[in-house]
Design a protein around this ligand. Structure first.
Ligand SMILES: Cc1ncc(COP(=O)(O)O)c(C=O)c1O
Length: 385
């Protein structure tokens, strides 16, 4: 019996993501792909050797539901070293199948029917569908080019008795902006007297070009109400491994684990083993990441300095925004399609990260997690415009 025509979609407005679309177009037209956010260079060979070794030496069955103890202990050490925050590996750290699963689990665990969640637009595309599936409703603060700073008056106006969660992301995809300590203080002051939780997506935590990182881990009051999410995929150039983790106080962790145990139960055991051993042997590796990506950022920015694009500030992540107002009147989706066809470079239009894109904002996102030669080739093509 054919029943698919009667399906009432729970996510009627969700289609194929722009990342899939642009990557497919780039492949079809042979364009340089600076659209989707993943490295075009290999991870550390020692880590790959450890993963192979882990596969061959019997680490192939379910790990504990909460993650391998060795990896949770290692993450606890990482957080203490970087943020001077002590967390319990036993009941405050959970290993998940990427940051995506952690975000999904946290939202499913905390959001009840009709609860409101505040997001900052442009927002990563996973947030809203996860809230919708949990029965929640998204409210949005709009961040505007060129610096994308949060407007705390606009934020406070959105707070109601139904607000249950605030979803933040710093360093920020797609804008490359970073929150300040003052932003965290403003957030805390606004929610302190209400029963509101925070989900802090910090997957780019080590790709931060300022003097010192601003993180919920370093804000004790906020941390006591927050899920802080990170991803080994971003920090070790292995987005396909999908291994992430979430840190939250015991009561929040207990709720999150109720979801996690039925969504995936656990994450690939040999990959957890390899990451734990690698991090133990090279504990300072993550601190080198910012300089590694700053160099790539600067290669791209310098190569585009004389182009007709305006380079927006980039304080973190591996994304650089370009304003093309001096080049074209096309909207950003049409401009990205035109760029692939005419220039041979694939980028992402940032309007897709907004529910209501600001009018006349002509900005595209390039991913610079690429070999320098790829970045220089792309910049040369873009500079001809
Ligand atoms: C802001 C943000 N959050 C979460 C994720 C998902 O991370 P993971 O691949 O570890 O699931 C990404 C991936 O691009 C991201 O950019």
């Amino acid at each position: 019996m054919i029943i698919d025509s009667n399906i009432v979609s729970k996510l009627p407005s969700v289609g194929t993501t722009i990342f899939t679309k642009m990557s497919a177009l780039a492949a079809e037209k042979g364009a340089i792909n600076l659209s989707q956010g993943f490295p075009d260079f290999p991870p550390d060979a020692r880590l790959l050797a450890r993963a192979s070794q882990a596969l061959l030496t019997g680490n192939n069955q379910y790990s504990p539901m909460t993650g391998l103890p060795l990896l949770r202990d290692t993450v606890a050490g990482l957080i203490e070293r970087h943020y001077d925050r002590k967390v319990s590996a036993l009941d405050e750290i959970t290993i998940t199948s990427g940051a995506s699963e952690a975000i999904f689990d946290a939202i499913a665990a905390i959001i009840h029917q009709g609860d409101e969640v505040i997001l900052f637009d442009p927002a990563y595309d996973l947030y809203e569908p996860a809230v919708t599936l949990a029965g929640g409703v998204c409210k949005r603060v709009t961040l505007m080019a060129p610096d994308f700073r949060p407007d705390w008056h606009a934020f406070e106006k959105l707070l109601t008795d139904q607000t249950r969660l605030v979803l933040i992301n710093t360093p920020h995809n797609p804008t490359g902006s970073c929150w300040t300590q003052q932003d965290l203080d403003c957030l805390w002051q606004a929610i302190e007297s209400r029963e509101i939780y925070v989900l802090s997506d910090e997957v780019y935590e080590f790709i931060y070009f300022g003097k010192s990182i601003v993180s919920v881990h370093k804000h004790a009051e906020l941390a006591a109400r927050s899920f802080v999410v990170s991803s080994f995929g971003k920090s070790f150039h292995l987005t396909g491994w999908k291994v992430g983790y979430v840190v939250a106080p015991p009561a929040l962790t207990a709720e999150l684990r109720k979801v996690h145990q039925f969504v995936t139960f656990c994450t690939a055991t040999p990959l957890q083993q390899a990451l734990a051993e690698h991090l133990r042997e090279l504990p300072e590796e993550s601190t080198a990441l910012a300089a590694f990506y700053q160099r790539k950022r600067d290669v791209l920015r310098n190569a585009l300095a004389d182009s007709r694009f305006t380079l927006l500030p980039c304080e973190g992540t591996y994304f650089q925004l370009l304003d093309y107002s001096d080049i074209s009147d096309l909207d950003d989706v049409a401009f990205c399609e035109w760029l692939i066809d005419e220039v041979g470079v694939a980028a992402i239009p940032i309007s897709v990260f907004y529910q209501h894109p600001p009018e006349n904002q002509r900005v595209i996102r390039l991913c610079f997690a690429k070999e320098e030669s790829t970045l220089l080739d792309a910049a040369q093509r873009l500079s001809q415009l």
